[in-house]
Design a protein around this ligand. Structure first.
Ligand SMILES: Nc1ncnc2c1ncn2[C@@H]1O[C@H](COP(=O)(O)OP(=O)(O)OP(=O)(O)O)[C@@H](O)[C@H]1O
Ligand SMILES: [Mg+2]
Length: 235
């Protein structure tokens, strides 16, 4: 579904990503974990077309994305749910979801997508008229994921959905991710929360200072003392 080859991103003289390669297969949830400043958000932003790599290539379903603008990537089936959630706090739950569907022309499709989000996160359905800014942190994250789903993505890029949430709420997000995988969605999940990533992902890439340091299935990473000590300290 997604193929990233030797991607390098610079912010002025600063090398934020240094030859990053990774693959995400159709229907897979892939974890991207790494500490603060590792380059997780930079990679997701490069995939979404919000920063331009200095080198390397990104392909979606075999189609190279170089020169394809961010809003067109949404139309090609890629949705980014950004760090900090990117909601409109003074708009209702329903209006925020509608904003997520801006690229969808077919009204029947938009109605279907609403139903899908209500089914995935029933708490949002109960609060459809409530202002997004007055939701709890966990509800806001569910809304951000829901807004991403409103564009009919085939692949979703989630940037640290667990940020600032209590463990029990992270569990609800994990359940939502499991249900999305059952529904066939492909996900690249950037996380500092290694437990969440290992719970839901079939494979994990560990990013540190702009480079992929490890790539394996969670079970193997959890058996590697060097990895556990360096990156999975939550265990
Ligand atoms: N617009 C920018 N200009 C200059 N440097 C930047 C910019 N954005 C990010 N960086 C730097 O690039 C590096 C990677 O940042 P990035 O936000 O991708 O990390 P991250 O893995 O998402 O971290 P976090 O877990 O804290 O969100 C950091 O050192 C950061 O300071
Ligand atoms: Mg980040």
């Amino acid at each position: 579904m997604l193929s990233v080859r030797e991607v390098t991103v610079r912010y002025g003289p600063f090398l934020a990503l240094d030859g990053v390669s990774l693959e995400v297969g159709r229907g897979e949830i892939v974890g991207l974990i790494g500490p603060n400043g590792a380059g997780k958000s930079t990679l997701l932003r490069a995939l979404a077309g919000l920063v331009t790599p200095a080198a390397g290539s990104i392909a979606l379903r075999g189609r190279p994305l170089a020169g394809v603008e961010a809003f067109r990537r949404v139309g090609l089936g890629m949705a980014l749910v950004p760090e900090g959630r990117g909601l409109f706090p003074h708009m209702s739950v329903e209006e925020n979801l509608l904003m997520g569907a801006y690229a969808v022309r077919d009204r029947a499709r938009v109605r279907e997508n609403f139903e899908r989000v209500w089914a995935l996160f029933p708490v949002l359905a109960d609060r459809r008229r409530q202002l997004a800014g007055t939701l709890s942190g966990g509800q806001q994250q569910m809304l951000a994921i829901g807004a991403g789903l409103m564009s009919n993505p085939e692949i979703c890029l989630f940037d640290e959905p667990s940020m600032g949430l209590a463990p029990i709420v992270i569990g609800e997000i994990a359940e939502g991710l499991h249900r999305l995988r059952e529904a066939g969605l492909t996900v690249l999940l950037a996380e500092q929360n290694a437990k969440l990533a290992s719970d839901v992902a079939s494979r994990i890439y560990i990013l540190q200072t702009g480079r992929i340091r490890y790539h394996d299935i969670p079970e193997n990473l959890l058996r590697n003392p060097e990895v556990v000590e360096g990156f999975l300290s939550v265990y």
